[in-house]
Design a protein around this ligand. Structure first.
Ligand code: AMP
Ligand code: MG
Length: 330
């Protein structure tokens, strides 16, 4: 199969619509990362998503709809705080996990009685979802376990020959996946951290908790137990207090002939010599640059040396969740 990469315009959206309504899968940009979408009603289309990614069959997909879509056709709202959350954060990088009305393919929900719904804010995503006007099941558009894509080229590198079309909307702004929030309980529970933080939700609802996303917590957040986000080079993650140790590790490996690169925030980068991918000064910049830097690292180095992020922002939780999974703690 040849994979087309097309800028988003009326013509490419028509092509995307034809593919989606015929049960094919299409890569598309959102404000978090690129998604790989298929019509969420059709088992066959959803299976193609799992196959193209090599994704484990028990990790449910998020369903995406446009801003004008009546989400309540798909889900039951059990708590009134949901309406406040919608008003504050929808459209945006927040996925809410609701009780499902059973309309979505069980392949997408992995047979759970809940379904995660997101309305992306990204203009290209909105245009795509409006054009197809059906719920689109979409995980991140990378090969399973690999670093999530934040450009169309990242998607192409992972999925070329496996998907017919990637819509190119430039680099994603947000840079890490949506916050996944369970809204089937009296207190909303964060199943995956992201740019909509616990503090932000507390301000709107008055309460919010983190799930303990461990391998044991299978039903709540099935995806969290898998290896994720890893670049193709070796990795080593250091604490912020371990700069000297990291420098020695850099030297030792460079002497062995390995191409080594650091990845860290601006403050840490000032203390380092040698090749360095600077993630930026604040949490939003760091989130925006994280996956792009991991992709760059695997293209230029055999070993990536990364540092913990601690900017004082609540967004650090989401960044560290990705970093801990992407990199091996030393
Ligand atoms: P991805 O599609 O790679 O962005 O991952 C989606 C994340 O949302 C995974 O961690 C899933 O486990 C989680 N998720 C999706 N649907 C549900 C659901 N119905 N219940 C709990 N977690 C979900
Ligand atoms: Mg993913």
């Amino acid at each position: 199969m040849k994979t087309k990469v097309l800028k988003i315009d009326d013509k490419s959206l028509q092509i995307a619509k034809d593919y989606i309504l015929n049960g094919e899968v299409v890569g598309f940009p959102t404000e978090t990362v690129y998604g790989l979408g298929g019509i969420a009603y059709k088992d066959g289309a959803v299976k193609k998503i799992f196959d193209a990614k090599g994704r484990p069959q028990d990790n449910p997909l998020i369903v995406h709809v446009h801003d004008g879509y009546d989400v309540d056709k798909l889900v039951l709202v059990e708590y009134d705080y949901v309406y406040k959350l919608r008003k504050a954060f929808v459209p945006g990088p927040l996925t809410m996990v609701y009780k499902s009305k059973g309309v979505i393919s069980p392949v997408a929900t992995c047979g759970l009685d809940t379904v995660g719904i997101r309305v992306p804010k990204h203009e290209g995503a909105q245009r795509f979802l409006r054009a197809v006007d059906v719920p689109v099941a979409a995980p991140s558009a990378n090969a399973s376990k690999h670093t999530s894509p934040v450009t169309a080229m990242h998607v192409y590198e992972d999925l070329k020959g496996r998907v017919p079309l990637i819509l190119d909307g430039g680099m994603c702004d947000g840079g890490i996946e949506s916050t996944v929030l369970d809204v089937t309980t009296d207190t909303p529970i964060i199943l995956r951290s992201g740019l909509i933080t616990c503090e932000m939700i507390k301000k709107v609802v008055g309460r919010c908790e983190y799930s303990n996303n461990t391998a044991k917590d299978k039903v709540r957040a099935p995806g969290m137990k898998y290896q994720h986000y890893t670049p193709k080079c070796k990795t080593a993650l250091f604490k912020r207090t371990e700069i000297e140790k990291a420098k020695a590790y850099y030297r030792d490996n460079a002497e062995k002939g390995l191409r080594v690169v650091y990845m860290c925030d601006d403050a840490i980068s000032r203390n380092l010599d040698g090749s360095c991918l600077n993630l930026g000064k604040n949490a939003n910049e760091i989130a925006h640059n994280l996956y792009d830097a991991l992709h760059k690292a695997e293209g230029m180095a055999d070993l990536l040396i990364a540092f913990d992020v601690n900017t004082g922002s609540d967004v650090d939780v989401g960044i560290m969740n990705r970093l801990e999974k992407a990199c091996q703690r030393i």
